[in-house]
Design a protein around this ligand. Sequence first.
Ligand SMILES: [Zn+2]
Length: 278
Amino acid sequence: MMRTLFAAAASAALLWGCQSVETTKEGAVGVDRQQRMMVSSEEVDASSKKAYSQMMAEAQKKGVLDRDPATVQRVQNITKRLIPTTTVFRPDAAKWPWEVHVISIDEANAWCMPGGKMAVYTGLIQKLNLTDDELAAVMGHEIAHALREHARERVSRQMGTQMAVGIAGALFGIGNLGQGLGNMVADVTLNLPNSRLHETEADRIGVELAARAGYDPRAAVTLWEKMAKGAGAGGGPPKWLSTHPSHEDRLKDLREYAAKVMPLYQASASKGGASAGK
Ligand SMILES: [Zn+2]
């Protein structure tokens, strides 16, 4: 009796809170998948913005925020070219409060939180000696995660589990196992590995963004080759790479999609790159 009641209550709660959405248009690469969300973009973006300013304030306090003006300029220039291309996937992204900072951390990483709040670590640029095309490939990939609202989707999944726990908790007096939304968003963006599905979507959208911005989309391939060779602490691959799609599959997919968007790159490059995506 108790079990039936619990199951009914849990599924009702999941149904009430859940909504299927398509966060982006398909683009030339044709990413098309319905996503189940339990929290609004507005809530996620607001929490993300708050978590981001706290992190940047902390970075400032520790003296690791935007220390090298030349690198900051370089990263900002690439960002400025990539952002106008995002409207192909979602017109609203033009009005996002985009922001990027360079953090002096000796780790090959970069990320984009929901709503366009980005960070690039110096370790990424230095350890891999990245070209602008390769840096644009990383940033395009991270921006794609934000456009697809993968963090919102992942948080939604966590909330689904927690809500079931919450009802059980209320029934059995266990208490609330909830966690602040801002922490959850930061955690899924910075720490937890993405699913293979999310990675593939970000790879495909990423090459299109880069191509439209006038960056050679084939650089995504050389980037991942470099990454596998020597971004880790001991010179080997970084530990998060092993959680990503299997390396060979990823390279194969990137080659295929980079070839698909080559005409966009050529069209954009012939216009001078910076005006791409308008
Ligand atoms: Zn990713």
